[in-house]
Write a protein that binds this ligand. Structure first.
Ligand code: UD1
Length: 313
């Protein structure tokens, strides 16, 4: 019952989690990834301690045997993009809802230990009050937000109906090394890093006054591990996985320019469909129940991320 599984373990967050698990004492980690957006290069330094399975979570017969007697499962595999879920809703739906159901079913039938599920802060949509607490009603504004919310509900129902231990963590705009800037759907910070280093203008959708609780990837990985260890009373519950702060896109781009000693004016374009205006996590429940203790301020994270992009891009 000791095996640790990370779905999406070749992705930028998943690979950070794999490294954190190995550093935390896991002898080996099993990764399930279809390599659609993940890359084996993300696992390069730890490849000899990873059992890699190239499989798609939409393919139940392919993944089910891998979950037999697994000790703990971290389910991060997804198509993680709000705009992509609007332009391409079918693959997004199939991966994020059907794929999540398959992972929960495989874990349940394989008598696996706890499943930690990567949910999303997008589930909140726009709320009148900030920071956002888990007690607020969800208000999904995009297919992606709804899909991630359905995954939470499924995780909770598997806990209630089948006794599978699950914990959902609503990730708040995770950023850090290895986030891939090559797609128009890439996370904004990876795109900002690319433009900063190329000395080109980034595009900001809307007025740039929308804000995000940008959360450094190593803090999210640490919280995932804590969620897997927390007492059984957390099973079926949902927690924010954020830093607790909030920065506008305009502030973020200015901070990055200042770090690199340049001044580049962004291009402003129309607002993006499905966009949430402000996002900020209330971290109290995760601190209380899971021992969440973010180690990196936003500025620490920006510096470390920028160093990585300088050295690797
Ligand atoms: C949302 C979720 C986040 C989730 C992510 C998965 C919210 C609040 N957050 O992120 O938890 O992990 O989906 O993808 O719902 N932008 C630009 N220029 C660009 C790209 C983006 O201005 O070139 C803007 C977007 O319009 C948005 C902000 O930057 O306002 C952040 O966008 P993005 O990084 O794509 O993440 P979210 O959609 O906020």
């Amino acid at each position: 019952m000791n095996q640790t599984i990370v779905t999406g373990g070749a992705g930028f967050i998943g690979s950070a989690l794999v490294r954190a698990l190995l550093a935390d004492g896991a002898p080996r980690v099993s990764v399930i990834d279809n390599l659609n957006s993940g890359k084996l290069a993300n696992l390069e330094e730890v490849r000899d301690r990873v059992d890699f399975h190239q499989a798609d979570i939409r393919d139940y017969p392919a993944i089910a045997p891998l979950f037999q007697d697994a000790g703990r499962v971290f389910h991060l595999a997804a198509i993680p993009s709000v705009p992509r879920s609007i332009t391409e809703p079918v693959p997004s739906h199939e991966s994020n809802i059907d794929g999540t159901f398959n992972v929960l079913r495989a874990a349940c039938e394989g008598r696996a230990g706890r499943v930690v599920y990567a949910a999303s802060s997008s589930a909140y949509g726009d709320t009148e009050v900030l920071p956002k607490t888990e007690a607020m009603s969800p208000n999904p504004l995009s297919p992606y937000a709804l899909q991630k919310l359905v995954g939470e509900y499924y995780a909770s129902v598997f806990s209630k109906c089948y006794g599978l231990e699950t914990v959902s963590l609503r990730f708040f705009n995770v950023f850090g090394p290895r986030q891939d800037p090559s797609s128009p759907y890439s996370g904004v910070l990876s795109l900002f890093m690319k433009h900063l280093l190329a000395r080109t203008q980034p595009t900001i959708f809307g007025d740039g006054e929308q804000s995000r609780d940008f959360t450094y990837v190593e803090d999210v990985a640490a919280l995932c591990i804590k969620a897997a260890r927390a007492p059984a009373t957390v099973s079926g519950r949902v927690y924010n996985a954020g830093n607790g702060g909030r920065f506008t896109l305009n502030q973020t781009w200015s901070a990055l320019c200042a770090l690199d000693g340049v001044s580049i004016h962004p291009i402003f374009a129309g607002p993006r469909a499905g966009d949430v205006r402000h996002s900020q996590a209330d971290t109290a429940a995760a601190v209380r129940d899971l021992g969440h203790a973010p180690q990196f301020t936003f500025e620490d994270g920006l510096r470390r991320t920028l160093e990585w992009y300088r050295a690797n891009c």
